[in-house]
Design a protein around this ligand. Structure first.
Ligand code: MF3
Ligand code: CO
Ligand code: CO
Length: 259
């Protein structure tokens, strides 16, 4: 067994070994399969708790488990964040989906001790043009700037470009929550904001694994935390969307592990 604290690090960031990479690849693959599978169940009249259970059953059936339940006391298997909820929405039997809602489902599976973290947006039936555009631009915020993931570039530059792009489209990027290293732990160094200064250390190196997960609001960037201690909503009640991948840095660029 390799001790967490004795791992090879650059600026505190773990450089994953080939064995760790293959474990994290498996966990990420199961996360992506879960997100593929759940799409068909997202419809009006379904509760977010039902979706949570279906995801959990799927992960268990594949022999592994959700990393979310019990994490700092988190009570459910996935996070499901609808409409003006930015992130960490707690699935509930009282939350029944209705036509026109948009939801983010965030899954982290734990496979053989390794973590794979990803989320996607799902429309509930027909949604407004406003919601469709938000989902589209938030996906672009992740997809377009993946090209910046390459050895030698600065982590924070990706945040800089993501924020710049969102503002160009007249949206705002949530400032309080970061993306993060992942794989050996659920959340590891580095923690990077999606609105970030350019050219500040540390630099990206091969073997690093981290998420990118911009949260994009139609209105202002400000957030409010509900009294359950988890649910984060937009302060102004505007719609919010997020996409997340777990990404491996290769010698020449990147590989999306949660594809
Ligand atoms: N999956 C979330 C992230 O992207 C974290 C959820 S923590 C939980 O980092 F406890 F709410 F599951
Ligand atoms: Co994450
Ligand atoms: Co996540």
């Amino acid at each position: 067994m390799v001790l967490y604290h004795s791992m090879n690090r650059k600026n505190g960031i773990i450089i994953k070994t080939p064995d760790q990479i293959s474990g994290i690849r498996k966990a990420s693959h199961l996360t992506a399969m879960t997100l593929d599978m759940i799409g068909q169940y997202v419809k009006p009249w379904v509760s977010t708790e039902e979706l949570d259970h279906i995801c959990n059953e799927f992960i268990l059936r594949n022999g592994w488990k959700s990393a979310c339940i019990g994490y700092h006391g988190y009570p459910k298997y996935t996070c499901i964040s609808s409409n003006d909820t930015i992130c960490h929405g707690i699935p509930s039997k009282n939350e029944i989906l209705k036509e026109g809602d948009i939801i983010n489902i965030d899954v982290t599976s734990l496979v053989g001790g390794y973590f794979g973290d990803a989320s996607r947006m799902y429309p509930v039936g027909n949604i407004s043009k406003e919601a469709r555009d938000l989902i589209q631009v938030s996906k672009e915020c992740l997809d377009i700037w993946l090209a910046e993931v390459r050895p030698g570039n600065y982590f924070w530059n990706i945040g800089y470009y993501i924020n710049d792009y969102a503002e160009l489209k007249w949206y705002s990027i949530v400032r309080e929550y970061t993306w993060h290293g992942t794989g050996v732990e659920f959340h590891e160094e580095p923690y990077v904001y999606h609105k970030a200064p350019k050219n500040s250390w540390p630099k990206i190196q091969p073997g690093m694994i981290f998420t990118i997960e911009p949260m994009v609001n139609i209105g202002e960037y400000k957030t409010k935390l509900l009294s359950d201690g988890w649910t984060v909503k937009t302060k102004d009640g505007s719609l919010s969307a997020q996409w997340e991948h777990t990404i491996l840095v290769t010698e020449s660029g990147y590989e999306i592990l949660t594809q």
